[in-house]
Write a protein that binds this ligand. Structure first.
Ligand SMILES: NC(=O)c1ccc[n+]([C@@H]2O[C@H](COP(=O)([O-])OP(=O)(O)OC[C@H]3O[C@@H](n4cnc5c(N)ncnc54)[C@H](O)[C@@H]3O)[C@@H](O)[C@H]2O)c1
Length: 460
């Protein structure tokens, strides 16, 4: 941004900041919104706009996702989305397109919510963003606004998205169209609430005009206010900082948990006491860090850092520690059974979602736990998850079920991998007396026989 200001300005989204004319245009359908990518981010974001009364076009390259949305359903577990989709369809304000150029021609505000994952060389895979940006550029009109929402390496908006939009449209940013970066700040399972009331929305613009229109637009849905950032690179880095902080913090918790186990200290009790001090926010240790965010963002930084000749030792170490946790948990769990019996062992894994309360399996630690168990040639592996009934990524010989007694039947060892709330009150009887390793410190140990139970962070 050419503006000299690189400061962060928090503004509250009270009535004075809500542009009445813009709201009228959004609600009348004069100013249409298109959300590209109806996944974990796009669906709740589209819902927030539908709930604000907008006329919205949902765009996706998956026919299954579009088919579901046309029936007022989403393929993900996210409270409030089905209701918002259904109401939007009933009121004829929600339309589904498979043609991304037509969606751009028919809309005025375009939000890019497609995934940015990792390439095999651990750099950011921007192929979906480039594909969608190209299509948006081909349908772009004067006065349109484009918002990039995924977490991306700093410089993506300025160096990749804007040049592509300008090339494809022949229009000039700030002069003919407006570009903003709005990193999505959601926690899956309560995403609509996060967007609407829990966090301020971060908005950065390609210039003063983009920032102004972006702020007015997001003020229509983000009741907690807008945190204006005077530069898109800073906003892109901000989102990565949030993720890296959590990854490194979890690595610290994992190290401290292992240390506490060895020296006979209950880490969980120590952690709770330590976190009562206002400067201490130690996260939870566990069987691994999964999802499309926390394990991915550190890699964006490590890749960019190595290209710039900067060493980020702590980030790299944190990644290694967290990546080693599934193997560590399997090692600890196997201590509960007789080594000679491993090849006869039936193991039930609790949880396939990458953490409790989600049906999202991307980079789930459960896959790594399975890999470790397969190396040890256990007799059988079963997976239980209350939300997931099918998963093409699971090896074919593994049973996946939402029926706990089926998963636990004759099991010798149970490993809790995802801390779904459904597991918290589980009893020894429900697990047929199998040995249990709690990889999230989520279970009530008093319900289990001491010699058949172990947990991360607790001395055995
Ligand atoms: N999931 C989260 O909790 C979260 C939180 C904050 C930020 N993010 C960021 O948001 C990005 C998107 O994440 P997500 O979890 O919503 O991903 P997702 O995989 O759940 O959803 C992406 C959607 O985009 C569609 N899609 C993919 N390529 C497309 C294309 N070329 N054209 C049209 N549609 C396409 C997919 O079919 C899918 O429905 C992530 O990469 C991450 O950077 C995610």
């Amino acid at each position: 941004m050419k503006d000299s200001s690189t400061k962060t300005h928090a503004v509250s989204a009270n009535k004075n900041n809500t542009d009445a004319d813009l709201l009228r245009r959004v609600r009348s359908g004069e100013f249409k919104i298109a959300v590209y990518g109806l996944g974990h981010v796009g669906s709740p974001l589209a819902s927030a706009w539908l709930r604000a009364g907008a006329h919205l076009i949902g765009v996706d390259n998956s026919s299954e996702v579009l088919e579901n949305a046309r029936k007022g359903r989403t393929h993900i577990y996210e409270p409030g989305v089905n209701e918002a989709f259904s109401k939007g369809l009933k009121e004829k304000r929600f339309h589904l397109y498979s043609d991304p150029i037509k969606a751009s021609q028919d809309s005025h505000f375009k939000l890019i919510c497609v995934p940015v994952l990792l390439t095999n060389s651990f750099s950011a895979d921007l192929s979906a963003v480039k594909q969608v940006t190209t299509a948006i550029g081909q349908g772009l009109k004067k006065g349109d606004v484009v918002s990039l929402n995924p977490s991306v390496p700093p410089g993506t908006s300025e160096d990749i998205v804007i040049p592509l939009l300008e090339k494809e449209s022949g229009l000039k940013v700030e002069q003919d169209f407006y570009m903003i970066y709005n990193p999505e700040r959601i926690y899956e399972g309560r995403a609509i609430e996060d967007i609407e009331v829990r966090y301020p929305a971060i908005v950065a613009g390609a210039g003063v005009k983009s920032l102004e229109i972006g702020t007015k637009l997001y003020s229509l849905v983000a009741k907690k206010g807008i945190l204006k950032i005077g530069n898109m690179r800073i906003a892109e880095a901000e989102k990565l900082l949030e993720g890296v902080y959590r990854d490194v913090n979890i690595a610290l918790a994992n190290e401290m948990a292992k240390f506490c186990e060895k020296v006979g200290v209950d880490f969980w009790v120590a952690r709770e006491a330590a976190n009562s001090q206002p400067f201490c926010h130690i996260h939870k240790p566990g069987a691994g860090v999964g999802g499309a965010c926390i394990p991915v963002y550190p890699q964006f930084i490590l890749h960019a850092a190595s290209a710039s000749g900067v060493e980020c030792k702590i980030i790299s170490l944190g990644r290694n520690v967290n990546d080693s946790m599934p193997a560590y948990c399997v090692e600890q769990a196997l201590k509960l059974i007789d080594v000679a019996e491993v090849s006869k062992c039936i193991v039930a894994l609790l949880g396939l979602g990458f953490r409790g309360g989600v049906s999202d399996t991307r980079l789930s630690p459960t896959y790594k736990v399975i890999e470790e168990l397969k190396k040890l040639k256990v007799k059988e592996i079963r997976v239980h998850d209350p939300f997931i009934t099918s998963d093409p990524n699971l090896p074919h010989d593994i049973m996946l079920t939402s029926n706990l007694s089926k998963a636990a039947k004759n099991a010798d060892l149970v490993i809790l991998v995802s801390d779904h709330a459904e597991y918290r009150n589980i009893t020894n009887e429900q697990l047929n007396g199998a040995a249990i390793y709690d990889g999230r410190g989520a279970l009530d140990r008093s319900r289990f026989a001491a010699l058949r139970f172990a947990s991360i962070g607790r001395p055995s």
